[in-house]
Ligand binder design. Structure first.
Ligand code: DHE
Length: 503
């Protein structure tokens, strides 16, 4: 730009700001522009959320003003939210924070009518054959979520080759959930779309938008129901699993009438119920689905807790929940008795949702990575005591193993060693080795083939890859190029609820 144009641009901008200041809205005009420039791509031009959460006064309620300013300045650990301290000065960050606390000009409640209008049932999908259209073992398929261009690749877990790739809704998050026979998969996008995909016929069958900002979905063990948990609006949405038709919208209000966002929903298959963790009130809910009916609000058991559950883990029997809040501190809740039975000595920010269990010295232990500390906590599942804290390269997100493999694989994706995964011997609890699939590039999230023979690691970059290791020799076997692969999900391990992976 030549000097005249630079001057003209400065003059015009100054004029705009001055006009705004005269109107008494300098901060508003400026902050709206800042939002458009720095935030809209992830949080949506209408602030209703996209890859990032919605940024509305309601969704920021739980953040103290100082915390919001810190997040804008420094970013948020364990998320895609970067810090803007290097790009925006303090005055701009303060204006932006204040503006985010004011509601947008138009607000949408996303009520039952909006949900119904969004419902899509794809034609002719109810008469599709009940046999796979491919030769690969349908129980050893992997779905790989490619966040770079919002696609899923379907891998044949025996040949370790892709057999199909399809476009998904924007920014899927959380684990896709399979029907028990592995034929259907249900997935949720951060901006509220729930999609049902027929994996045997490689086609979508139905979709519906359940909210503006959604956490995840759970599918009932009997294959009849899908439950979605939202942060905006603060609702649970029950769908019929056959065509995703709306069955009920449940306002999330606790025993004292206070509303809450949902942290996550899960299917507790052995209990034939959904479990709902809440972000803003210290309660966990259980919703039995055996006698549930469309159109009728399901019976909900509300269990009071000492602290909110931001993240939690079930034991293999689904009797106990091991939960933690983002502020640290853990608790064990016995679902049979409906109360807390123990505390958990956990520091930092344990990522219990990524926990796994195995048997060591005749005792079942559970291990969890930590989003803030370079350590893996190992907890005895009977005494609830921490039996070891294994030092690692740095804070990590995911921990994975398999019944047929001696190691638990841990990443350090929130640390300078984000390119390296460490292998922890499940018996000695010592670090037994490591892999660095691509030096300098983020590597995380492992999933095993159904027999546990191969470990698949994501190199989470736009020109990334799934790198396949022989799980015994820890040698690289092959590399499959992918566009920012994040999670991958093996049908067999998920539907049999392997103790080495999340479910
Ligand atoms: Fe996740 C699962 C919460 C950020 C990738 N994540 C989950 C689940 C929860 C959760 C509750 C379990 C859902 C289920 O099983 O259906 N995630 C959160 C957060 O609260 C957090 C920290 C902040 C947020 O932005 O919501 C968060 N998660 C991320 C990321 O930044 C990751 C690395 C990249 C991304 O795509 O957003 C990420 N989360 C994942 C993945 C899973 C997941 C890959 C599924 C793991 C599995 O193997 O089942």
């Amino acid at each position: 730009m030549n000097r005249f144009l630079q001057w003209l641009a400065a003059y015009v901008l100054a004029g705009v700001c001055q006009t705004a200041a005269i109107g008494g809205q300098a901060a508003t005009v400026d902050a709206a522009a800042l939002y458009g420039q720095h935030c809209a791509a992830c949080h949506g031009a209408d602030r209703l959320g996209a890859m990032g959460p919605a940024l509305l006064p309601e969704s920021l309620e739980r953040l103290r003003p100082a915390e919001l300013a810190t997040v804008l300045r420094e970013g948020r650990a364990a998320t895609q939210m970067p810090g803007f301290a290097g790009q925006l000065d303090n005055a701009k960050l303060t204006d932006l924070a204040a503006w985010l606390r004011t509601g947008p000009a138009t607000s949408r409640p996303w009520a039952a009518a909006d949900i119904r209008v969004s419902h899509i049932v794809y034609p002719a999908t109810d008469s599709l054959p009940a046999t796979p259209v491919f030769k690969a073992d349908p129980a050893n398929l992997f779905l790989v979520v490619e966040a770079g261009s919002h696609h899923i690749s379907v891998l044949d877990g025996d040949r370790l080759e892709p057999i199909h790739r399809f476009r998904t809704r924007f920014a899927l998050h959380g684990g896709p959930k399979f029907s028990q026979d592995g034929r259907y998969v249900f997935m949720a996008s951060r901006d509220g779309w729930v999609s049902k995909y027929d994996l045997w016929n490689l086609t979508f069958t139905a979709e519906i938008r359940v909210g503006l900002n959604t956490r995840n979905v759970a599918v009932s063990d009997d294959g009849k129901w899908v439950l979605a948990g939202n942060t905006l609006p603060q609702t649970l949405v029950l769908l019929r699993a056959d065509d995703l038709a709306l069955a009920a919208v449940i306002d999330v209000k606790g025993r004292n009438g206070r509303a809450s966002r949902v942290s996550a929903v899960y299917d507790a298959a052995p209990r034939h119920s959904f479990i709902v963790a809440l972000k803003d009130i210290p309660e966990v809910w259980e919703i039995p689905y055996v006698s549930m009916k469309a159109g009728t609000a399901p019976a909900t058991r509300m269990i009071a807790l000492d602290d909110v559950l931001d993240d939690f883990y079930f034991d293999q029997s689904y009797r106990h929940i091991l939960g933690a809040s983002r502020d640290g501190g853990g608790q064990v809740v016995d679902l049979a008795h409906g109360r807390k039975v123990a505390g958990l000595a956990l520091s930092g920010m344990p990522h219990l949702g990524s926990g796994i269990t195995w048997v060591r010295d005749g005792h079942e232990v559970m291990a969890s990575p930590n989003l803030k500390q370079g350590s893996i906590s190992v907890i005895d599942m009977q005494s609830w005591q921490t039996v070891a804290t294994v030092p690692t390269n740095g804070p990590g997100f995911f921990l994975r193993s398999h019944e047929n493999t001696p190691y638990a694989w841990a990443d350090a994706m929130m640390s300078p060693k984000r390119d390296t995964l460490q292998l922890i011997d499940k018996q000695t609890l010592a670090v037994a080795g490591s892999v660095t699939p691509s030096p300098g590039r983020t590597a995380a999230h492992v999933e095993f083939t159904r027999d546990g023979r191969y470990a698949l690691v994501s190199v989470m970059e736009r020109d990334g890859a799934i790198v396949v290791y022989d799980a015994r020799t820890v040698r690289e076997v092959k590399r499959i190029p992918m566009d920012k692969p994040i999670g991958k999900y093996n049908v067999f391990n998920k539907t049999t609820r392997s103790s080495g992976t999340s479910h």
